[in-house]
Design a protein around this ligand. Structure first.
Ligand code: GTP
Ligand code: MG
Length: 313
């Protein structure tokens, strides 16, 4: 069923619809889950109008509909698993990285977060028989660390055409956290034409951390991060895609999280990510990947290597 247009909501004329779209509310779900106060402020409408618009959006977007267990099982039958090129790592993840889920890689600088994302990007373009997703990739790059040269090396090592591989990877720099969130919407548009089977957000938290400083900003930061995570999860569900995000650990005691091995973003990121993988450096280019949190897999760790060819056992 095609989704209703914003203009079809009662109380939304062309001018209000434009304000909504400008503020990033391009679909009904984003309006349905917004608070009346925020919507009223952002769109310069009365709060009572906002309440009505939200109520109508909730109805139209079918928020909070229940699925029976067998329907969930049916949906989960469509889950694809993406290989990492390490057999041990795939086994740790229950056979590969699942679609319709967010995998969060966290660890200190140089622990391999970005390299693993490159590898997943290359692999997602491979056909399913080879452990890929036969799809295309969106990379939201917040730290300017995307390196096509590494993609070429990793693709070549797998006997893939490096240029064809690069043509399937769509990269955008995110200049701030707002832009980063907007790019998920752009990706949703892109996914209408291209089979986007993997979305990488590297780094998920760096902009948020830099922009929302001090204890007073914590609530706001967590709210924005929460929305971002749910946008990502929604993208994963809609497109049957894998989402891979990276997260730093606080190198020195953070104002919010004292423990230096704790990932940024606290509970919000932790509870929304479906799988959390803690990466740490080991001897001789080796890395230890530990699965910290998963709905159906045991906590365990494996050793992987990162070399010129990419991620391997
Ligand atoms: P931050 O983004 O700084 O937090 O780190 P990260 O976890 O993203 O680190 P990244 O994935 O960029 O890992 C960098 C490390 O990967 C380097 O220090 C190297 O050890 C390894 N690496 C990157 N490229 C190559 C390569 O071409 N050959 C080899 N052998 N190792 C590489
Ligand atoms: Mg990195």
């Amino acid at each position: 069923m095609p989704e209703k247009k914003l203009e079809e909501l009662p109380g939304v004329g062309p001018a209000t619809a434009e304000k909504l779209r400008d503020a990033g509310y391009t679909d009904l779900m984003s309006i349905a889950v917004e608070s009346p106060k925020t919507l009223a402020e952002v769109c310069e409408i009365g709060e009572s109008t906002a309440v009505k618009i939200i109520a109508a959006a909730k109805q139209a977007a079918d928020v909070g509909g229940f699925e029976t267990g067998d329907q969930v099982l049916e949906r989960r039958k469509n889950i694809h698993k993406l290989t990492s090129c390490s057999k041990a790592f795939d086994e740790l993840m229950g056979g590969g990285f699942e679609s319709q889920a967010i995998a969060e890689f966290y660890g200190e600088f140089g622990s391999g977060k970005t390299q693993i994302c490159f590898q997943l990007a290359v692999n997602a373009t491979m056909p399913e028989e080879k452990g890929g997703l036969g799809g295309e990739v969106v990379v939201i790059d917040t730290e300017n660390t995307f390196r096509p040269e590494r993609i070429v090396q990793m693709a070549t090592a797998l006997d893939l055409d490096p240029i064809e591989t690069l043509q399937k990877i769509h990269v955008a720099r995110a200049f701030n956290s707002h832009h980063q969130m907007l790019l998920v919407e752009k990706a949703t548009e892109l996914a209408r034409d291209k089979p986007v089977k993997l979305m990488v957000v590297d780094s998920l938290t760096a902009h948020f951390r830099a922009e929302y400083i001090g204890r007073g900003a914590l609530a706001e930061r967590q709210q924005s991060l929460n929305k971002h995570m749910h946008d990502l999860l929604r993208f994963a569900d809609l497109n049957n895609s894998v989402i891979a995000v990276t997260n730093q650990v606080a190198a020195k005691p953070d104002a919010f999280f004292g423990d230096p091995t704790r990932p940024i973003g606290g509970h919000i990121v932790g509870h929304t990510a479906t799988f959390r993988i803690y990466l740490r450096k080991s001897k001789g280019g080796k890395r230890i990947a530990r699965l910290i949190d998963s709905p159906n897999l045991p906590e365990a760790e494996v050793v992987i290597t990162i070399s010129e060819e990419g991620v391997r056992d």
